[in-house]
Design a protein around this ligand. Structure first.
Ligand code: ADP
Ligand code: ZN
Length: 720
């Protein structure tokens, strides 16, 4: 090729053409550095006919500067990039950037210097140094990363290096990973598991696109079963991607994987250190990486030869990305498998309605594991009607639940209390004047966190110290907490069971893989009597001594008129219930509710999943909601309230009139103020068959909006 067209990493630019200097070899997918004005830009060489643009005359072409020493992006992944950009109304550049992940992965040196504490002391201790040294205990990373971690300047750390308190360690970014062995410690599957495994193994060996919905109750051995498919891919020398919804789950998974295959898989998530990121990226692109376990972003990595994708806990909402490119990793996983011509397994005990519908219409093949492994019984489920069994004043656990908790402590068994609310209390007010503490950047209350003595916004991360007097009326020590969060429930347990060992498990307390691992180890060793947790603990964990699950407030998710509220509540409660009685002892689940007659609660009490899904299907059909209709949200935001409103109105005023598509709004978005931006929203509702994305793209392309206005499109939004 002597001239090439590049997809460049700048969403504001279209494709750019370049000349290829003599003697330089490029192909489609090559990652190149090219000139852009006085600067340089990274791009990927693309098929010309797929990126139409006005051709640049030969004489005007500038030469590409460098072909980066990484394998070219394969056509399968190029097609996925195109599909993702097209389907989610995003720019090709923003999707392509997810593939390259970080420039560091491409250009980095083969080795990097990291630093760690030597145990020595500085000649002169300063508060800053002391703080940094405390924060860096057990850490090893580059100066930049350590500075971020310890929240000090690079200079402070350089000082510590000079004093011999921090020492350099040379890290080889290309050192090999341990090899997994398909036959390391195979397990004997029961007949039901065998049948499912045989189907999946055959699919891996067939090397063609095949989507599966692995629908099995909690503890049925879904993981054990799909491990056989992983083994089949390993035997073929092909790569496997396992997507997990939560980094806290990874640690338990890694250990399990290592037991089975003799080596831990490669982990990929957003908080990887740059050296680990570079090492993983290169191993994945070269084909050295065998199995990658990752968060949703692992889906866009440049696997050399993918043989299988598994999406575990596929119903989880954390697979939906809600900023940048707003994609659903569950759906993109199926598309990636299609382009790669490989099988994909969506595993869940409570599949999304969309996935069940795909199975019903024959697009996905459904594989069932209807009973728990080893004869473990599904737990007994009881409803606690809070309108009759009232908790004591200022308390949240009703007598039937506290009685069961007592019994567990006496028998030395474990309990789990589930409440999907971090912090101590969701709302704080002034006892004197009723002033409510609100976030200045968002339409949200500040949540009190007692452990960290902070009022925090769960939307933008803003934190402040709780004041001693009310900012409104000035009254001293007037703050009252309203409603429960997990910390408050933990306090209540400590009051009624003073000897119980209580652990709070949320994304605040288990915010690193190490902390998550320590928690799992403690819980497994029986060093915790009562776990109080958010949705983080509803899935993936397997604690054999856990025999009681208490759902503190089953009505929580049902408030707020969200179309998916019922499904989400059902899934969450069913998942957390699935933590009980996984070992030899039977489990009990108590669900506290003020609405025992609601269809969700009734279905849960009766263990009648089919009834729930049938009712939910009808409701969705009636509302034109997925999977029967399609929704898309157009969010218009600005730091200026009037500017956002005017822009939203202007967009609404030019709305296209198309058959089968209805446009609602604009109206203030559910979070009308988020991170300092005022937000308005238009909702597009369409029949499945309508070309919504084309309509939206054409519509928005015609707009001319003020600079401060941002418009983003959310196709298949999760909540609205
Ligand atoms: P799921 O993923 O469906 O929740 P798991 O795969 O985690 O189920 O299995 C639940 C528990 O049962 C795990 O501790 C697992 O090791 C065990 N188990 C499942 N199947 C087998 C088997 N065939 N042999 C031995 N242990 C098994
Ligand atoms: Zn906020």
């Amino acid at each position: 090729m002597n001239r090439v067209r590049c997809l460049v990493f700048n969403a504001a630019l279209g494709p750019l053409d370049y000349r290829v200097p003599q003697g330089v070899a490029v192909e489609y997918g090559s990652v190149v550095v090219a000139p852009l004005g006085p600067r340089q830009i990274i791009g990927v060489v693309w098929e010309e006919d797929r990126l139409p643009t006005d051709p640049v005359p030969e004489a005007k072409l500038r030469p590409i500067l460098e072909v980066l020493p990484v394998p070219p992006i394969r056509p399968e992944l190029r097609r996925l990039i195109e599909w993702t950009a097209d389907y989610y109304c995003a720019s090709l550049a923003s999707v392509a950037r997810m593939v390259i992940a970080s420039g560091g992965a491409l250009r980095g040196p083969a080795s990097v210097t990291e630093y760690r504490l030597t145990g020595g002391m500085p000649e002169r201790m300063t508060p800053m140094r002391e703080r940094a040294m405390g924060a860096l205990e057990g850490e090893q990373a580059t100066i930049r990363e350590l500075a971020e971690l310890a929240d000090v300047s690079d200079g402070v750390l350089r000082g510590l290096v000079n004093q011999g308190v921090l020492e350099p360690v040379l890290v080889d970014c290309d050192r090999p990973y341990p090899r997994a062995d398909a036959g390391h410690a195979a397990v004997d599957l029961n007949p039901g598991q065998q049948a499912v495994a045989a189907t999946l193994v055959e699919a891996v060996e067939a090397r063609s696109f095949a989507p599966y919905l692995l629908d099995g109750v909690t503890g049925s051995g879904k993981t054990e079963t799909y491990f056989e498919a992983v083994a089949a891919a390993l035997r073929q020398g092909r790569q496997v991607l396992v997507l997990l919804p939560e980094i806290a789950l990874t640690e338990a998974f890694l250990r399990r994987f290592e037991d089975r295959f003799g080596a831990a898989p490669i982990v990929w998530h957003s908080s990887l250190k740059s050296t680990e990121r570079r090492r993983a990226w290169r191993a994945i692109a070269s084909g050295e990486a065998q199995v990658v376990v990752g968060a949703r972003s692992a889906l866009f990595l440049p696997y050399a030869s993918l043989g299988l994708i598994v999406v575990d806990e596929a119903h989880e909402i954390s697979f939906k990305q809600d900023d940048g490119v707003r994609y659903n990793a569950r759906d993109v996983a199926v598309m990636r498998a299609r382009f790669e011509r490989i099988p994909v397994v969506l595993a869940s005990a409570t599949p999304a309605l969309e996935s069940l519908q795909m199975a019903e219409s024959g697009i996905y093949q459904k594989l069932d594991l209807p009973s728990r492994y080893g004869g473990a019984q599904l737990p007994e489920i009881r409803i606690v009607d809070l309108t009759e069994d009232k908790p004591e004043h200022g308390r949240w656990l009703a007598p039937p639940l506290t009685r069961e908790l007592f019994a567990r402590i006496e028998r030395g068994e474990q309990s789990l209390l589930f409440l999907n609310r971090r912090g101590y209390a969701p709302l704080t007010l002034c006892r004197n004047c009723g002033y409510r503490f609100q976030c200045g950047n968002c339409s949200a209350w500040l949540v009190e966190h007692r452990f960290s003595r902070r009022l925090a916004c769960h939307h933008c991360g803003h934190e402040e110290k709780p004041p001693t007097n009310c900012p409104e009326c000035g009254e001293l020590d007037c703050l009252v907490a309203c409603g429960p969060g997990v910390e408050r429930i933990a306090d209540e347990v400590a009051e009624i069971l003073p000897d119980a060992r209580v652990a709070v498990a949320t994304s605040d307390t288990l915010n690193t893989p190490e902390k998550a691992a320590a928690f799992v180890a403690q819980a497994e060793a029986g060093a915790i009597d009562v776990i109080v947790g958010t949705q983080l603990v509803t899935k993936g964990f397997h604690f054999p001594e856990l025999t009681l699950v208490g759902v503190v407030d089953a009505d929580l998710g049902l408030e707020g008129g969200d179309l998916r509220a019922a499904e989400r509540t059902y899934q969450q409660v069913a998942q957390v219930a699935g933590r009980a009685g996984r070992g030899a002892k039977p489990g009990t689940v108590l669900i506290q509710t003020r609405h025992p007659e609601s269809p969700v609660i009734e279905a849960l009490a009766a263990g009648d999943r089919d009834a729930f899904y049938a009712a939910e299907t009808e409701a969705r059909r009636h509302a034109g909601a997925p999977p029967f209709g399609r929704w898309a949200a157009i969010i218009v935001s600005s730091e200026d309230e009037a500017e956002a409103r005017d822009a939203a109105r202007a967009i609404g005023g030019t709305q296209p009139r198309v058959k089968d598509i209805a446009i609602l709004g604009p109206a203030p978005a559910p979070m009308a103020l988020l991170r300092g931006r005022y937000r308005y929203r238009l909702l597009v509702n369409a029949r499945r068959s309508a070309q919504v994305q084309d309509v939206i793209r054409d519509w928005l392309a015609r707009l001319d909006l003020p600079r401060g206005v941002r418009v983003s499109v959310d196709v298949d939004p999760y909540s609205f």
